[in-house]
Design a protein around this ligand. Structure first.
Ligand SMILES: Cc1ncc(COP(=O)(O)O)c(C=O)c1O
Length: 397
């Protein structure tokens, strides 16, 4: 039977990322390819206590259908625990609870993109966002970055060349895949520029809370006085990803439209989980928990960075993130990163080749390394394998 699918369905033969992750899943392989939080820090006991309380006191409401915007108790906790802390103003009608931030990306792509519409992103950027925009037929324009995030002169060029652009998608803090963070000055300039050209910003902030060095920087949304920035964040990296909850903050009119889209998609995010996370946030110090995560990742990050600096070929560039879960590395002299990937797999170690994070042609020799879900010993063994494979690959050329 051969079905006639719509153009939204990606071609499974082009699923390079799926193939990379499948190769990395071999138990013999030490993988720095994923982006998973360490389950050792999942607050299992506290979540179980919350689940028990919800079953004991709110079962009827938690197991019933709910509202598409999300339960008010969780939206209140979002305001109290996160928006106030991040300098973002808003009340309940400015928030939608999403089924992970992934759902929000997909729905916002659907809201803004008709076939052929232009969307501006960082170059490189989160690959699932590229996939989401591409599935709606977007023309994706990548804007170069430096260590301070998206370059504003390059963004202005892109906006001049594409005044019709529908949206600018950005991950300004501990970006995936580079780990880079946009400076405060640049954030202010960015918000002004987008406003001046009348193009909304979609700010994706799943990692911002996980900081292990430097000073906290407010999100772009903090500097937004006109409602041009849509902000989203998630519980995946600071609590657990399996529960699939995130939130979107925007102007009330935009939120009304997003609620309509969400009704079509899933009526509402899992009600029981929303009650459980709201209860967790009410009864626990989430910032103490985030501090534990940040401290664990800091040690792993420093160890990985040290090995890159001492064992990788001369001339290797790397980002130096102050938080998040990724280091971005560029090794000189590599023309085809996929061939390097094959050599690394043969040495039982994996990473994600950087090309996966570009909408168009990528930068050769780039790789994303994840350190959040590998312990110190595994980092030592795996990074030695990686350095050996890279050095051996370059020697053979
Ligand atoms: C930049 C970025 N946005 C969104 C997501 C999706 O996260 P969630 O688990 O909240 O759907 C991820 C997941 O890794 C991510 O890296």
């Amino acid at each position: 039977m051969s079905f006639k699918y719509s153009s939204h369905v990606p071609n499974p033969d082009n699923d390079a990322t799926g193939q990379i992750l499948a190769a990395a899943a071999d138990p013999e392989v030490i993988s720095f390819a994923g982006g998973l939080p360490d389950p050792a820090l999942f607050p299992v006991k506290e979540l179980k206590e919350s689940a028990d309380r919800v079953f004991d006191t709110k079962a009827a409401a938690a197991l019933q259908y709910g509202s598409a915007a999300g339960i008010p108790q969780l939206r209140e906790q979002v305001i109290d625990k996160f928006l106030k802390h991040r300098g973002i103003e808003g009340d309940l009608d400015n928030i939608v609870i999403s089924t992970g931030s992934e759902q929000a990306i997909e729905q916002i792509a659907k809201m803004f993109v008709d076939e052929g519409d232009t969307v501006i992103v960082e170059r490189p950027t989160y690959l699932c966002t590229i996939d989401a925009f591409t599935s709606f037929g977007a023309n994706i324009i990548g804007v170069d970055m430096d260590e301070d995030g998206m370059k504003m002169d390059s963004l202005e060029e892109a906006l001049k060349a594409h005044p019709e652009a529908k949206l600018i998608y950005t991950i300004p803090t501990f970006q995936n895949p580079t780990g880079r963070t946009m400076s405060v000055e640049r954030r202010q300039e960015f918000v002004k520029l987008a406003e001046q050209y009348g193009v909304p910003i979609l700010e994706d902030d799943p990692y911002g809370a996980i900081r292990y060095a430097g000073e906290e920087i407010p999100p772009l949304k903090h500097f937004d006085k006109t409602g041009n920035v849509i902000y989203m964040s998630s519980f995946s990296k600071i609590l657990v990803p399996g529960i699939r909850l995130g939130f979107v903050v925007g102007e009330k009119d935009f939120i009304k439209n997003l609620v309509l889209m969400k009704q079509i998609a899933d009526l509402h995010s899992d009600n029981f989980s929303q009650y459980m996370i709201a209860d967790y946030l009410e009864h626990n110090d989430v910032y103490a928990h985030i501090k534990d995560i940040s401290e664990l990742y800091k040690g792993r990050f420093e160890l990985m960075l040290h090995i890159i600096e001492t064992e990788f070929p001369k001339g290797t560039h790397h980002s130096t993130p102050e938080g998040g879960m990724f280091i971005w590395v560029q090794v000189p002299g590599i023309e085809d990163t996929n061939k390097l990937f094959d050599a690394c797999i043969a040495n039982n170690v994996a990473f994600v080749p950087g090309e996966a994070f570009y909408a168009g042609v990528g930068e050769p020799g780039t790789m994303r390394l994840n350190f959040s879900n590998v312990d110190d010993e595994t980092i030592k063994v795996g990074m030695k394998r990686l350095a050996d494979a890279i050095n051996g690959f370059l020697d053979k050329k």
